[in-house]
Write a protein that binds this ligand. Structure first.
Ligand SMILES: [Zn+2]
Length: 367
């Protein structure tokens, strides 16, 4: 399974020639496999001539003959000439993308790991809790903690008709005490669970009022990693819990992206560490100043590339302004600048169309 170790391994790879990096969304809840095959063929066309034919064929062969289409995402890295071949079937959805660069394009994996890597869900009610540990959309382990049944208290003295009022008050207080004790025990059990499994983030689920009460009883260290809460029934199935947690994490991710885009736009407007628009993004990335490249999902634009130093531009220059090298036309300068940013150690964030107010691409700069 994909983990932090595989990520570090991938990050350390640097090949002598272009590595084909492929991200294919295969979410069965969205489209049929046949449509994903079509999308794959289109993407492979984009890198024809940029990577070895061997790599394109290896990917085709794998998807046609070996891949079982389980899960929601498929990530592949290939450079046959140097024995580089990594296949990562993922339980989380990925965005389609293909790049050719001497380093594997791992930003989306880093991002997926950040969002779907090692999180726990604690589903609680007034009696106990169910704890789940997920990693990259897969359930790794789960445990339960059960306290005393709250209904036992209700069946106590207060049930006789005589003295109903006084009795129900007493049992109400008893019930509240019992719930508090159960929640406290559940919080302690969750602390043990987290101690053992080290989730990076924690989601709380259940009835809103109970969840709020439970949250306050958590040790500070756990409170600090709570990123959100959602409503769920104690009888919910594992898959339902996973889907509800996904939806919440997705919302958090969308929010973070919007904030990032705002940061880029603001920095660019103030002439600080940000630029927007293709021309400026191409030049800062060539200079190695791009820390985070932000690009809208469906942005593609033709451009030109220097065959000598790799300089990218939207201008049909005679010769490269940096090295006097020959300039060739390329089909997609946006895809090319993504590879360039990765090669130079930058991160890439793909955002929803329209977020960049018409600029469509931009960057946060290192300096
Ligand atoms: Zn050049």
């Amino acid at each position: 399974m994909f983990d932090e170790k595989s990520l570090r391994e991938l990050a350390s790879i640097e090949a002598g020639g272009p590595i084909l990096s492929l991200y294919l969304n295969v979410d069965p809840t969205q489209h049929a496999a046949e449509e994903y095959r079509l999308a794959l063929r289109e993407m492979l066309k984009q890198v024809e001539g940029l990577v070895d034919d061997d790599d394109i064929n290896a990917v085709k062969r794998y998807v046609d003959l070996e891949y079982n289409w389980s899960g929601r995402g498929l990530v592949l890295f290939s450079r046959q000439a140097e024995g580089i071949w990594h296949v990562l079937p993922l339980a989380v959805p990925v965005r389609n993308g293909i790049t050719a660069a001497r380093k594997p394009y791992i930003s989306p994996l880093v991002e997926l790991d950040g969002f779907y890597g090692r999180y726990a869900v604690a589903l609680v009610d007034r009696q106990g809790g169910r704890f789940f540990l997920f990693h990259m959309g897969e359930l790794i382990t789960q445990e339960g903690a059960v306290g005393e049944d709250v209904r036992n208290v209700r069946r106590g003295r207060g049930s006789s008709v005589v003295g109903m009022r006084g009795g129900s008050q007493a049992s109400g207080r008893k019930e509240a005490e019992l719930v508090q004790r159960n929640l406290r025990d559940t919080a302690a059990a969750l602390a043990d669970f987290c101690q053992e499994h080290h989730p990076r983030r924690l989601l709380l689920a259940g009835v809103e009022h109970t969840v709020a009460q439970f949250r306050e009883l958590l040790p500070v260290k756990l409170q600090e990693i709570v990123v959100g809460t959602f409503n769920a029934s104690m009888e919910a199935g594992d898959i339902e819990i996973r889907e509800l947690a996904f939806a919440l994490l997705k919302d958090l991710e969308d929010k973070r992206r919007r904030e990032l885009v705002e940061a880029v736009i603001t920095a660019a407007a103030k002439g600080m560490n940000g630029v927007i628009g293709l021309d400026q993004t191409l030049s800062v990335t060539h200079e190695g100043r791009t820390q985070v490249l932000v690009v809208e999902r469906d942005f593609h634009a033709p451009g030109y590339r220097c065959t000598g130093c790799g300089y990218l531009t939207t201008q049909p220059l005679e010769k490269c302004i940096f090295c006097q090298g020959a300039i060739v036309e390329i089909a997609d300068a946006a895809e090319a600048v993504i590879s360039q940013a990765v090669e130079k150690g930058g991160a890439v964030e793909v955002v929803d169309n329209g977020l960049l107010n018409g600029a469509r691409i931009g960057a946060l700069l290192r300096y």
